[in-house]
Design a protein around this ligand. Sequence first.
Ligand code: NDP
Ligand code: GDR
Length: 374
Amino acid sequence: MASGGTDRSQSTATATANGGTAPPPSKAKVALITGITGQDGSYLTELLLGKGYEVHGLIRRSSNFNTQRINHIYIDPHNAHKARMKLHYADLNDASSLRRWIDTISPDEIYNLAAQSHVAVSFEIPDYTADVVATGSLRLLEALRSHITTTGRTNVRYYQAGSSEMFGSTPPPQAEDTPFHPRSPYAASKCAAHWYTVNYREAYGIFACNGILFNHESPRRGENFVTRKITRAVGRIKIGLQSKVFLGNLQASRDWGFAGDYVEAMWLMLQQDKPDDYVVATEESHTVEEFLEKAFGYVGLNWKDHVEIDKKYFRPAEVDNLKGDSSKARKVLGWKPKVGFEQLVKMMVDEDIELAKREKVLVDAGYMDAQQQP
Ligand code: NDP
Ligand code: GDR
């Protein structure tokens, strides 16, 4: 095995999990994922476990459990001999933890997905956002550089989770050579992380790739991103748990794909002969209003009866129109999206109707307050 071989099951700061029953092949590749508890981290972990990888995820300390998205692939640490997913405490704010886990795990591939990823929130906590998104990525790259220098392991591959937000106000279609014009502390920090990644590739010859991913959603999407906020509301309104949802700018246009498709593009980037940067997008753009029409219309409701505009959801600077040109990823990686816009909306609404039904059982039994909205 390529791993450094430390017995993580004996670490007090380590939980252990597994996505399959069979033990990994003896030469299983080892992946290290930051942000494993997020939407993309959970799909990427499933993909890599399915390919026979041993997956190590860095999780941050939280006062509540933050592993809901990966609980379904969790195996009790006492069954550690079966485990192919292992979790370790670390933080992108803590350089020593990053360095220690890279050295201990000796990964073949590193996926840097961790971020304060909410654009609107980045205006409220700009310093923190920059520290995690920009400097955090630099800390991870520096830990990798140091690991390579010390061990001579030059074949470690690195993926940086870049964003279409970096294009900001530059008009569509946006491709790899489109100039960045970030419109938020989050987007400016992602630009810094993008250029750190390019710099470490050019300066030190590290196999480092930037994925410039357009919005991708799923039933696991955080509940304060607009698509999930809408589909949660549709589910709860349909089941009778709420009547209104408050939103901001409905005219913004986004190129929305399915997260499960996008993590495949991340993996493909690290399987190429040479490191490079790729735009990943559906090449179709829809306004928030179109998403509302599709989501409410799917369950026979009219969104205009349920949506109210609240100015607090408008941002100090907006990104009006994103639509990617992913021809390079399609040609070089052989990637293309499998799930289209309508299918994505239906998938999310279907799951959120089931979730609302479960909530209704708790409300009817007096275990949950119906007003308790996401
Ligand atoms: P999520 O917000 O769902 O997940 C973010 C992850 O980062 C979580 O696991 C979170 O942990 C972790 N995290 C946050 N702060 C820290 C920290 N200081 N140290 C360590 N971990 C931390 O994001 P997504 O899965 O949607 O996105 C993955 C990445 O891709 C992000 O970098 C995002 O900015 C980027 N991206 C996302 C796009 C999208 O449409 N989804 C599009 C383009 C880029 P916890 O669970 O504890 O909060
Ligand atoms: P975005 O996603 O900013 O594109 O970033 P989000 O879903 O937050 O916003 C999309 C658009 O919807 C408008 N909007 C609202 N947004 C939210 N969150 N809540 C509302 O009530 C609301 N009403 C209208 C927004 O103004 C915006 O125009 C996501 C994140 O995943 C980033 O991490 C990632 O980099 C980019 O996608 C690509």
